[in-house]
Ligand binder design. Structure first.
Ligand code: C2O
Ligand code: CU
Ligand code: CU
Length: 461
């Protein structure tokens, strides 16, 4: 059991200035929770922030009551805004939420219970309030949750100080150190580096890893396990590990969003979309002492090109290994098992008030059931995209079946819960919808797209 107080705090992220944040327990990222597979965990959240919140454990196989539905609000003590808490008068959802008793549930504190009957994986928890997820995560409401088990522990992968969870985000800062978010101050859209329009998603020009800008981490000349999460609102990365002399180190992928792969996959560089996780082993043993390995984002430029660096500080013994067989329990659903194929278009479109992001032509509405799936059914879902959309399903992991009619890409391996649709692409996934009955979600994990309607209800019956 954990107790987390959501509260305002500030941190010195950039030297010499304080950044006000919304935090879990005073820090950004929030406290990392480590759990064992099948051992239930209860996290009790108390909200002392000036706004209602909702906590979702991303990647968790969680009963619907604890999944953090966007209108299951934890309201701050002494907060009198509940009656207007359902939106900002924008185009979707705000009109009916309070009338539908099913849609809104408010509490002052809330116990979220996670059975964690699932494969060991790097999960993360973050805010999920309807219409306000993106600014809440931007202000700091995100943390890591590692699930482990004995089988994984016994593989011999790098562990202890040689296992590093890395939460990568981008943020924009004002001169006084406060975080810039264009929805809060629309003039910031014009600032160089803040980047692009709000509609496309919010980008920052400072890259943070575990809350620190462009950190340099000292390492032994040995293998390290890097558990990478892209927790950025909208930024995509293509990561590579570059030595001083320009050579690249292999990124050996051992796991995906939902845990270990069947066998390792070697990448020279690795695309990572918002909310995706990659479990990587990087071998620093041939890097000379004093040498530096920079993790670079090939899609970035200027300040956003570098992500972080590793400085090799000493030779050291390394008893770790990368087994050729990593796991034997990966579900392998065949297309012939699927009882249904559904198609969803992820596209921009007109909403009642202005422009938004739609699934199948509709913006999110908590009072509408978009998809009803029978518990235990295997289904194929085909997603088609206009621009880049990282699509995430709650509750279930899935496998990528195809991309635009062809085979999946190398980094689509394993069990995933978020898949990156590239512009113009159609992607098929397959999953068995088991676990729990109830109301879940699927949505684009570009957090601004999500807030601007690109989310839908998945009812499991
Ligand atoms: Cu990471 Cu529905 O979210
Ligand atoms: Cu999720
Ligand atoms: Cu999107």
């Amino acid at each position: 059991r954990y107790e987390i107080t959501q509260r305002e705090a500030s941190a010195e992220i950039l030297p010499g200035v304080k950044t006000p944040l919304w935090t879990y327990e005073g820090t950004f990222p929030g406290p990392t929770i480590e759990s064992r597979r099948g051992r239930p965990v209860t996290v009790s959240h108390r909200n002392t922030l000036p706004v209602p919140t909702v906590v979702h454990l991303h990647g968790g196989r969680t009963p619907a009551a604890s999944d953090g539905y966007p209108t299951d609000l934890v309201v701050p003590e002494g907060w009198h805004g509940a009656a207007v808490g359902m939106g900002h008068g924008s185009s979707h959802g705000s009109s009916h939420g309070m009338q539908d008793p099913r849609a809104v549930l408010t509490t002052l504190t809330r116990d979220y219970t996670f059975p964690l009957e699932q494969r060991p994986a790097l999960l993360w928890y973050h805010d999920h309030r309807m219409d306000f997820t993106a600014p809440a995560i931007w202000r700091g409401l995100a943390g890591l949750h590692l699930v482990r088990d004995d089988a994984e522990d016994s593989l011999g992968l790098p562990a202890g100080p040689r296992e590093l969870p890395l939460m990568i985000t981008d943020r924009a800062f004002a001169a006084d150190g406060s975080l810039d978010y264009p929805a809060v101050d629309p003039t910031l859209r014009e600032r160089p580096g803040v980047g692009g329009s709000y509609l496309a998603g919010v980008l920052g020009d400072v890259i943070l890893v575990n809350g620190a800008p462009w950190p340099v981490h000292e390492v032994d000349a040995a293998r390290y396990r890097l558990r990478v999460l892209n927790a950025s609102n909208a930024r995509h990365y293509e990561l590579e590990a570059v030595l001083d002399d320009g050579r690249r180190l292999d990124l050996v992928q051992v796991g995906a969003d939902q845990g270990l792969l069947a066998a390792p996959v070697v990448h020279r560089f690795l695309p990572i979309a918002p909310a995706e996780r990659y479990d990587l082993v990087v071998d620093f043993s041939h890097v000379p002492v004093g040498g530096r390995v920079t993790v670079v984002n090939r899609l970035g430029s200027g300040r956003t090109r570098d992500v972080m660096a590793f400085r090799v500080v000493r030779r050291a013994a390394d008893g770790s290994r990368i087994p050729r067989v990593l796991s034997a329990d990966l579900p392998l659903w065949r297309r012939s098992e699927a009882v249904r194929v559904r198609q969803f278009a992820f596209r921009a479109g007109r909403m009642r008030a202005g422009h938004g992001w739609l699934i199948g032509g509709l913006p999110f509405d908590p009072a509408r059931t978009d998809v009803t799936v029978r518990l235990g059914d295997v289904e194929v879902w085909r997603f088609v995209a206009d621009v880049h959309h990282p699509v995430h399903l709650h509750l279930v992991g899935f496998r990528v079946l195809s991309r635009s009619g062809g085979p999946p890409l190398a980094h689509d391996a394993g069990l995933k819960d978020t898949v990156s649709l590239r512009p113009g692409e159609s992607v098929e996934i397959i999953s068995r919808f088991d676990g729990y009955r109830g109301r879940y979600l699927f949505h684009c994990h570009n957090a601004e797209h999500e807030d601007m309607g690109m989310m839908a209800n998945l009812e499991i019956v």
